[in-house]
Structures are given as structure tokens and as C-alpha cells.
Design a binder for this molecule. Sequence first.
Ligand code: G3I
Length: 323
Amino acid sequence: QAPGSLRELAPFPVGAAVSVSLLQNNAAYRQVMTTEYSSITAENAMKFGALHPGATTYNWTDADYLVSFARQHNLRVHGHTLLWYNSLPGWVTNFQGDSAAWENLMRTHIQTVVTHFKGQVQGWDVVNEAIDDAGNLRSANLWRQHLGDRYIDRAFQYAHAADPAALLFYNDYGHEYSDARRNGILKLVNDLKARGIPIDGIGLQLHTSSNISDARIASAISAAAATGLRVHVAELDISMNPGRSAGATFTPALAAAQKVKYKALVQTYKALPPAQRYGLTTWNVADADTWKRADCACPEWPLPFDDSYARKPAYDGIVEGLQ
Ligand code: G3I
């Protein structure tokens, strides 16, 4: 543990989502993970298609590597994600069956995965991104199409039955930029809680940007905390090129503005009641590895470490927010 590392300074877990191949092949990446962070999430390796590529085939190799790396380096593991409409394998998108067969498919996946990692994954994103931009349940979602609105209840119940000690989260995006999304998400989560469905927390992805004010980010975090559930800042990154300009450069002024945004966000999160602070996770480690560069043919620098894994001003902003 480096003196002044995030894990040493933070009174709650600070994590990053990782690519397993970078963890295996990039020494600088591994070094940052083990010295700076206290929590780890698989960016892709625990998704449905990664773990369960065929109807009767499971592939645990990468996810098990991540879990044993975490054990070796004293990192808490957060599981992402049991049920999402996206990143499903072909055998699921092409699956033919009645609602009982779909129920069996969903239940088997959740039970098998949660049981495999029982005692090693502290919390799970049970359901990911079930709400649409209008704040309603997303209709382009195979699970809802075949199982009805209450598939969400049962997903949480199956996960809880498989590992009663695991903390169970609903994870979604847009809390900070869309009132419709925020209200829809909070309505869903409050309804689950009121009906006794075993939900422990809410994940705010916070793929955010310089366009979104610090006040809006703060109100998103406090509205989530008002549910009384644990709050996970689950997929944090702050785009400084929201206009997706192909010719943009990362000027010192942008770096300084990003520092201020990271600091404000961390200060807000740190002010939550300690029992509600499940942790803060960035979506990958360094700018070189961000999904945003794959998503757009434009330059992006959304993370606290630069392309050479050196600390950026954004990193100093997190540190100042923690102090
Ligand atoms: O593994 C294959 C590789 O074999 C192949 O050569 C390559 C060619 O395209 O694709 C690789 O898979 C890609 C995978 O990332 C690993 O790089 C998928 O096509 C690509 O769709 C996948 O994207 C991920 C995306 O979720 C979809 O699962 C991103 O890395 C990941 O950052 C992103 O994460 C999501 C969260 O799970 C949920 N919230 C939003 C967030 C950002 O979209």
C-alpha cells in the first residue's frame, strides 16, 4: 500500500472495473490496482455471455482469475452483472421456450453464478439498466418480454436464496442528467423495498461529463441515499469531451476542470452516512483503457490515471475530496 494511496485515504472502498487481460498482461495496470484500490469489478468477465456462453457451458476462467487476484491483494469483489438486456450470448437471444422455460433459464443462471462465487463476491448488480429514458420499464428487454415486469423481483429472490450474505444492487445510469430516468429508477427501487424484495443497494453508474453540473450530480447522489439503501457510485468516469470533437486535446485547463469535478463528487459521496457508503468505483483505471474510446472515434480522458498509468489532476481531486 503506497503512502497516500486512495485505499489508504478513503473511509469506504474505492474500486475500479478491470479488463482481465490487462490485469494479466500489463504490469503498470496491476501495480495501480494493487496499490491504489480496495475494490474490484469485472468490466466484462462476469456478464452473462462471458460466464455462460452456451446453454450448458460455463466459462469461469477469467472471472476466477479476477477473484483469486482480489483475494491475493486484499481487494473486495463487486459482481457485475447477473441480468442485463445487453451482452447476452446468441443461445439466449435465440432461445425458444414458454415462460416456464425462460424462468428456468434465468433462475439457473443466477443460482449457478451466485453459488459459484458465494462468499467471494460481496455484492451483486442483480439487475442492470431495466429503466428506459422515459422512466418506464424498458420494453426492448428479453427478460421482461418473456417473464413480465416481475422478473426483477424474482431475480433478486433467486440471488438472495443462493447467497443470503451477498448485498444485492439495482444498477442504472442517468440519475444525474434526466429527471425522468431518476424518478423511474427510484420508483422501481422504492417499490421493491416496500414489497420486501431483498434489495440492499442502488448503483449509480455516473458515466458523466463536464456538461453536467456538480449540483446535479450531488442531487442524484442524495436522492439515491434518501431511499435508505446503500449507494454505490458504480461506474464513474467524467468525460471532458462531451461534444465528441475529433480534434480535441486534453489541455491543462480541462485537466484542472476535471479535478474540480472529481473533488466535488467525492466530497458529496463522503458526506453520506457511513453505513450507506458501499463504495466508489471508476469504470476502468486509466484513460488508455476507457470504454469511451471504443464507443467514439474521438479522444477521451475520463479517468484518474493517464495513458502511462500516472496520476492525473483528477486523481488529486479525489484525494482532496477524501481529505
Ligand atoms: O471479447 C471480444 C473480443 O474477443 C473481440 O475481438 C472484440 C472485437 O470487437 O470484442 C470483444 O468484446 C467486446 C468487450 O467489450 C470486450 O472488449 C464487446 O464487443 C463490447 O461490446 C464490450 O463492451 C463493453 C460493454 O459494456 C458491453 O458489454 C464495454 O467494454 C464495457 O465497458 C461496457 O460496460 C457497460 C456496463 O457493463 C453497464 N453500464 C454501461 C457500461 C458502458 O457501456
